[in-house]
Design a protein around this ligand. Structure first.
Ligand SMILES: *Cc1c(COP(=O)(O)O)cnc(C)c1O
Length: 381
């Protein structure tokens, strides 16, 4: 007999210890937070580390406090670089994923009209940045859920290689995991650089896949503070980037892309959050997040006519739901928040106009979510 939603709702999620530890480690939520693809909840340790640095700034002076934190910042660059298979010298702290992408494009100074392969469902602000830098986005071949068709992409790459490939690892409008390792292998063979948008994948799925550039943000699945992002580039790419003001001899060239004036306390909060992620065990984190995604889809698909977009077993924690005829996604998202205290996101088609045909409700639980939270959402829908 197939497993019905009833069986699933009583089935335990894997690594309940992780869920409990994650819950214990942070402030009690005011409601049910199912919106980590927008921003996660920080741990007390991360909040306190950022506050501690801000206090140090008041006590010592901001520049003295930053110099005193330099070893920690450097350890952080090392750990963050490690998450994507690169080194501390390859990492630059930026203010957001978008700021990191802009820093990359500004530094790369590619010729106007250069072609960039990307998903038809690419995040609209990324397309806008490519165009603003004079580049020409061209669609990669995908299947019916928007996943890269690896064989067809291999042929496209061989026939007419673009200047670089930009791949959004997990899109923001859909919890589909792209075959980034396969794409990276094809790019490497073709000698075409791969830039990975890991805004939705750092802390969520494995990002050590052989990309040449990886950029992302602190506040989503890594559960760090807002206002911090990172750009990580292999030395061969870093050597092609021309900063406005180069660093002096002996300083890693990627450091030129860090803004001198920055929310240093936020960087420290992120470093503590990444420490939490590593201590939890990235493999276990991924297993529980994937199970949360499966359970979300099993519990919500078909409820009151809402239908799940992702394949049921997609190994991500993000689920999107298409509304039944006549239902308003923005109004539903507000009703869930104000009447039930459930935090989700309404995503309009302008987020990925090349792929979305209408709005979706996005549900993205982190490790501390319970089956009961998801059942409460099903009941509220
Ligand atoms: C959130 C997001 C971004 C932008 O991240 P910011 O930190 O807000 O700049 C880029 N790409 C994807 C896929 C995202 O989900």
């Amino acid at each position: 007999m197939p497993r019905g939603a009833g069986d699933l709702s009583t089935a335990a999620l894997p690594h309940e210890d992780l869920g409990a530890a994650w819950r214990r480690a942070r402030p009690r939520p005011a409601g049910r937070h199912l919106d980590s693809a927008a921003t996660s909840r920080q741990s007390n340790r991360a909040l306190e580390a950022a506050a501690h640095h801000a206090r140090h700034e008041a006590e010592l002076g901001g520049y003295v406090a930053e110099a005193a934190a330099e070893d920690l910042l450097q350890q952080g660059r090392s750990v963050l670089g490690g998450l994507v298979g690169m080194a501390a010298a390859d990492v630059a702290f930026l203010e957001s994923a978008q700021a990191a992408f802009v820093a990359l494009l500004s530094g790369w100074r590619l010729p106007v009209g250069a072609r960039v392969a990307c998903l038809p469902g690419e995040y609209a602000p990324n397309i806008a940045q490519l165009r603003a830098h004079g580049l020409r986005p061209e669609p990669m071949p995908v299947d019916g859920v928007g996943r890269v068709d690896v064989d067809a992409f291999g042929r496209q790459l061989a026939a007419d290689p673009p200047r670089f490939v930009h791949l959004t690892h997990v899109p923001s409008h859909r919890g589909v995991l792209q075959p980034a390792a396969e794409v990276a292998a094809l790019c490497r063979d073709a000698g075409v650089p791969l830039v990975l948008d890991a805004a939705q994948s750092l802390g969520h799925v494995d990002c050590d896949l052989g990309a040449d550039v990886v950029y992302g943000t602190s506040r989503k699945w890594l559960a760090g503070p807002r206002g911090v992002g990172l750009l990580v580039a292999r030395p061969a790419i870093a050597a092609q980037l021309v900063p406005v003001l180069p660093e002096p001899e002996g300083v890693p060239p990627m450091r030129a892309f860090e803004s001198g004036e920055a929310h240093v306390a936020g960087r420290i909060g992120l470093i503590v959050s990444v420490g939490d992620h590593l201590a939890a065990g990235p493999d276990r984190v991924r297993e529980r997040l994937a199970a949360l995604g499966r359970t979300t889809r099993a519990l919500l698909d078909g409820v009151s006519g809402w239908t799940v977009v992702e394949p049921a077993d997609e190994p991500t924690a993000t689920t999107t739901l298409r509304p039944p005829a006549g239902a308003d996604v923005v109004a539903t998202r507000s009703r869930l928040l104000t009447e039930h205290g459930i935090v989700t996101s309404a995503i309009g088609p302008e987020r990925a106009p090349g792929e979305m045909t209408g709005p979706v409700l996005r549900v993205s639980p982190h490790l501390d979510a319970s089956v009961e939270d998801l059942e409460a959402l099903a009941a509220a829908l």
